[in-house]
Design a protein around this ligand. Structure first.
Ligand SMILES: [Zn+2]
Length: 276
């Protein structure tokens, strides 16, 4: 389903987990990020991405290696793949593919393309890497914290930030990897947003926004949640910890695990292993 359409970008939003896939176009170059979820939705994105030029194979961008973001890879053979160096060196690619198979099997899904972990052609090693894209440039920033191998991509003109699993309008921070990295990554996004470089924010899940106030609101929600979680853990305030677990949208077994993982990782960052 098309969520946003302009000259330079079309955002498709899956009915599964409101996952966003973007097709960015500049002077004949095409970039597709995280094509997802259902086979028909991915086919729609592939057909759309072929339209604008047809000559230059699209580039595929993966914001991070969570299975919901890489499951469309096999539907775009011959594409040039951009992702972080961390994703290229992922230590357990088989496990990620197994998660996709599990999900597909649970939902009786067949896909008409091979299920493989992305082979990365352009690994992004560090903050500030950039290269030309059509008439504009892509700039990359590592964004670990949610997981270990995220990247932000800034399409300089017109100022699109492909943010992966940060700054959703409904999803609280989910920290699977590192609390300190998560905070540092939010600070990077804040710098870009406050600096006026982001005119369209595309999160991995949820609504896109062009409104600077809304971008700042999302940053504040994330920072406030993390601060409250820190305070609750410092004071051993079980009531507040419980209260924070209930603030997740779409409460489920999944959000319960997300909350428990956040508690574990933030507690470990604050107090180390001994008191964890
Ligand atoms: Zn995701």
């Amino acid at each position: 389903m098309i969520h946003l359409c302009s000259d330079q970008i079309t955002v498709f939003q899956s009915i599964i987990q409101q996952t966003n896939s973007a097709v960015v176009v500049s002077a004949g170059s095409v970039l597709i990020s995280d094509p997802a979820w259902l086979p028909g939705e991915i086919a729609e994105i592939a057909a759309y991405a072929r339209q604008p030029v047809g000559r230059i194979p699209p580039r595929l961008l993966f914001t991070h290696s969570d299975f919901d973001h890489i499951l469309g890879y096999g539907a775009f053979p011959g594409s040039n793949v951009i992702a972080s160096k961390g994703l290229k060196q992922h230590p357990n690619k088989k496990a990620v593919i197994q998660e996709i198979r599990e999900w597909d099997n649970n939902n009786f899904f067949s896909r008409n393309y091979p299920m493989e972990f992305p082979q990365v052609d352009m690994p992004i090693p560090a903050d500030g890497a950039e290269f030309p894209f059509g008439k504009t440039r892509l700039r990359f920033f590592l964004s670990p914290g949610h997981n270990m191998d995220g990247i932000f991509t800034l399409v300089e003109e017109p100022g699109i930030l492909l943010a992966g699993d940060y700054l959703s309008d409904f999803e609280l921070p989910i920290i699977h990897y590192s609390y300190q990295d998560y905070v540092d990554t939010l600070r990077k996004a804040e710098k870009l947003i406050i600096g006026g470089q982001v005119r369209l924010l595309v999160p991995g899940h949820g609504k896109v926004t062009q409104d600077p106030m809304e971008m700042k609101r999302r940053l504040k929600v994330a920072f406030d949640y993390l601060k409250q979680l820190e305070d609750a853990l410092s004071r051993k305030d079980e009531t507040l910890i419980q209260c924070l677990s209930e603030q997740f949208a779409f409460p489920s077994a999944f959000t319960k695990v997300c909350h428990e993982t956040n508690v574990k990782i933030v507690r470990q960052a604050l107090f180390g292993r001994k008191r964890g």
